[in-house]
Design a protein around this ligand. Structure first.
Ligand SMILES: [Zn+2]
Length: 235
């Protein structure tokens, strides 16, 4: 009686477990790669937001400048009423003109920036474009990530079932020597149980076995291991 067949059954389950575990290990990496695809459009979006904020801040500072200048003009006008000489009056008028020019300059800059073809509208368009590009990409990425999460859940279910199946299959391997040998080797050499080819070659490491090894295998005389890699041979 040989334990080879139950051992091969066990190895089949272990092979499935290995594949499931490999894929489960790989999926979070693929998820992260997919999420990282958004980094470019996130950067564009942030930069568009910053550009709009800068343009708006420029307009606000021009508005403040114009407002401060208007206050200065009204102060100058009040002071002007109490002046004694025409010369002083004329000097104040000149100063008022200068400040008035500053106001006009600020108002012109505001008008240019807020015009339909101005910097504010351009920055808003750029932001809207960046937002739309990001939103569009995010839909795809979210969908992909949801699929990955579903796949992970499914694989975890399959893995749990395979592990239960493994417990059963391991029970069928009755010879503790086989079981121990297999369990020790399976983390180092995979697969552990391999055919001895008709030419007498180990299917694991491809070493030609000495004739007596093939004879032992064919005689079913207990566990026979490859003389090179130690895999369990069968035919
Ligand atoms: Zn071998």
């Amino acid at each position: 009686m040989t334990d080879i067949e139950p051992l091969i059954d066990l190895q089949d389950v272990d092979g499935r477990i290995r594949e499931l575990e490999l894929e489960l290990k790989d999926l979070p990496r693929r998820r992260a790669l997919e999420t990282a695809r958004l980094n470019g459009s996130i950067a564009d979006l942030e930069s568009a937001k910053a550009a709009l904020a800068a343009v708006n801040s420029r307009v606000r500072s021009d508005e403040e400048e114009a407002k401060a200048a208007e206050e200065k003009i009204s102060q100058l006008k009040i002071a002007q009423t109490s002046l004694k000489t025409n010369k002083e009056y004329a000097q104040y008028s000149m100063q008022i003109d200068i400040v008035q020019k500053e106001i006009e300059g600020a108002l012109e800059r505001i008008a240019a920036a807020t015009a339909p073809d101005g910097d504010v509208a351009a920055a808003e368009r750029r932001l809207a474009d960046a937002q739309a590009k990001y939103d569009g990409e995010k839909v795809g990425v979210d969908k992909f990530c949801a699929e990955i999460d579903e796949r992970i859940t499914a694989l975890e279910g399959e893995l749990a079932a395979a592990k239960e199946e493994r417990t059963e299959k391991a029970r069928n391997v009755t010879d503790p020597k086989y079981k121990l040998y297999y369990e020790r080797l399976r983390t180092k050499r995979w697969p552990v149980v391999v055919p001895l080819t008709p030419e007498g070659v180990c299917d694991g490491c491809h070493l030609v076995q000495p004739p007596h090894v093939a004879q032992l295998v064919d005689r079913n005389a207990g566990m026979v291991a490859c003389t090179m890699c130690g895999r369990i041979l069968y035919r």
